[in-house]
Design a protein around this ligand. Structure first.
Ligand SMILES: [Zn+2]
Length: 500
């Protein structure tokens, strides 16, 4: 048995179901309706990096040695393009500690191909091929292990790029859609090239649908022809994958999170600026303030989008106007730069001196923020990162403290359809949404196809179940420290007819 995992960031049933019904996505339909599918639950926040780290290590963030929400690459696509050296600890480094799936597979002598998985730059030696995912520099030989794979790739696709080239976007009639389509075609050719190799497990991730939905959610909802063309390219890629599968192979199609529209905006930064200015001030937190000059430097890298969309993206990403001082300098509450309005979540640092009572009062006040127009709350979920839901870590386990990081944080998950804006200045804390932009929704999707599996629908499964499932399929013992369970095999929800 071999395992092919194709990850599609942001794939959303609400969008693809009508397209499947119209017969426009025959291969996706074959996988979705012909196999097993389930809702995929994963640790919060619903950021690509957090989700992929959970999926490909099988470990909750703190057991990976990470603080959840750091090193997000997803914001980079819209705000900063790439800043590869800024990533603190990456999956690559985790792999050195034998915690990533490809390290385990390599150690068991399985040949593994890894392409476009977030936070895998620089690539590491493994028994197979690794092509780094974002964030990473523009394409060059150092993105691949072994480096000669990069030359082979460039022979087939001479201008292969890992991420969109914004210069290219401007040239394409001011429409990024052409660039997204070009990237999807390149990904198909890359998958073809990889699947011609000898492999036991192939892990292949696509980010283009996420980008498409962030930029053109309004057109996606309308199923306009030019955006449907992108989903059809995805379907063609799935068709190529299906064509090389043997009957005993397992295909895993998963989306680490889905998408939703932005109906209303809550000005979280402005709310924090106004919240209890008489709170005591503490020096250490002030030192951790946002580096606005650095943020402004990054903003110069904003993509060359059509003017109206560029303005909207700028508004989503922009620091407050006028002066280099952060609006919360000296406050006890600080919105952290890991916050992502389009990711649907925000992180707040709490000054060390705040008492539990003060924190509870603040949390209660925040949760009481209700949209006067709709009566919906701004915050869907709110938690302390030391008690991250879904992490399944016993309370007795000490949390590793990373140098220079706030030790107490709140993670805020926006209510459905509400964007937590980082802008300051508006008189009202609420305004209408951003209909052109989509943002992440926490629900993911898992489909298992092939390997003799019968058509069925499972109860929601966990991101932590993916690694045990792949190990079970490849007849490798599941390490005891993994918190998930195999979905196939003896005693599992899906008994496979093939011996494993
Ligand atoms: Zn995204």
């Amino acid at each position: 048995m071999r395992v092919l995992l194709i990850g599609v960031d942001g794939l959303t049933l609400r969008i693809v179901k009508p397209l499947m019904a119209q017969g426009l996505l025959p291969h996706l339909r074959q996988i979705y309706e012909g196999g097993v599918h389930a809702l995929l639950r994963a640790p919060l926040p619903p950021a690509a990096t957090t989700r992929w780290q959970a999926i490909l290590t099988g470990l909750p963030p703190r057991r990976q040695g990470l603080t959840p929400g750091d090193g997000e690459y997803d914001r980079c696509l819209l705000e900063t393009v790439t800043e590869p050296q800024s990533a603190s600890r990456t999956l690559h480094e985790l792999g050195q500690g034998d915690k990533a799936l490809w390290s385990l597979l390599s150690a068991w002598g399985r040949r593994v191909l890894v392409a476009n998985v977030p936070e895998t730059y620089p690539p590491r030696p493994l028994n197979g091929i690794m092509l780094s995912g974002p964030p990473a520099p523009p394409f060059y030989a150092g993105l691949a292990y072994p480096p000669d794979f990069a030359s082979r790739l460039l022979e087939v696709i001479p201008n292969y790029q890992l991420t969109p080239t914004w210069r290219g976007l401007a040239a394409w009639l001011g429409e990024p859609l052409m660039e997204i389509r070009r990237l999807l075609e390149e990904r198909s050719a890359l998958l073809d090239l990889l699947l011609r190799e000898d492999w036991d497990c192939c892990l292949f991730v696509l980010h283009e649908i996420d980008l498409l939905q962030h930029l053109y959610w309004d057109r996606v909802l309308d199923l306009q022809r030019e955006v449907v063309a992108c989903y059809r390219l995805l379907d063609e890629l799935l068709g190529r994958a299906l064509s090389v599968l043997r009957s005993s192979d397992l295909l895993i199609l998963l989306s680490p999170y889905s998408f939703q529209g932005i109906k209303r905006t809550f000005y979280l930064q402005e709310y924090l600026r106004r919240y209890k200015p008489d709170m005591p001030v503490q020096d250490t937190l002030v030192q951790q303030r946002v580096d606005w000059p650095a943020r402004r430097r990054k903003l110069r890298l904003l993509p060359h989008l059509p003017a109206q969309r560029r303005w909207r993206v700028w508004r989503l990403a922009a620091p407050p106007a006028g002066g280099g001082e952060p609006p919360l300098a000296g406050s006890s509450l600080l919105l952290l730069p890991t916050s992502s309005p389009l990711g649907g979540y925000a992180a707040i640092a709490l000054a060390d001196h705040l008492t539990e009572k003060q924190i509870e009062e603040f949390m209660a006040d925040l949760q009481a923020q209700v949209d006067p127009a709709t009566a919906y709350p701004a915050i869907g979920d709110l938690y302390r990162d030391e008690s991250c839901p879904g992490s399944h870590v016993p309370a007795s386990e000490p949390e590793p403290t990373l140098p220079g990081k706030p030790t107490r944080r709140l993670i805020l998950l926006a209510h459905d359809g509400i964007m937590l804006s980082l802008a300051t200045g508006p008189r009202q804390l609420w305004s209408a949404g951003e209909p052109c932009c989509g943002m992440h929704h926490p629900d993911g999707l898992l489909c298992l196809y092939g390997a003799g599996l019968q058509r069925s629908v499972l109860r929601p499964v966990s991101a932590y179940d993916i690694v045990p499932t792949i190990l079970a399929a490849l007849n490798i013992p599941v390490p005891a420290q993994l918190v998930g369970r195999p979905l196939i095999g003896a005693g599992a929800p899906l008994a496979s007819p093939f011996s494993i």
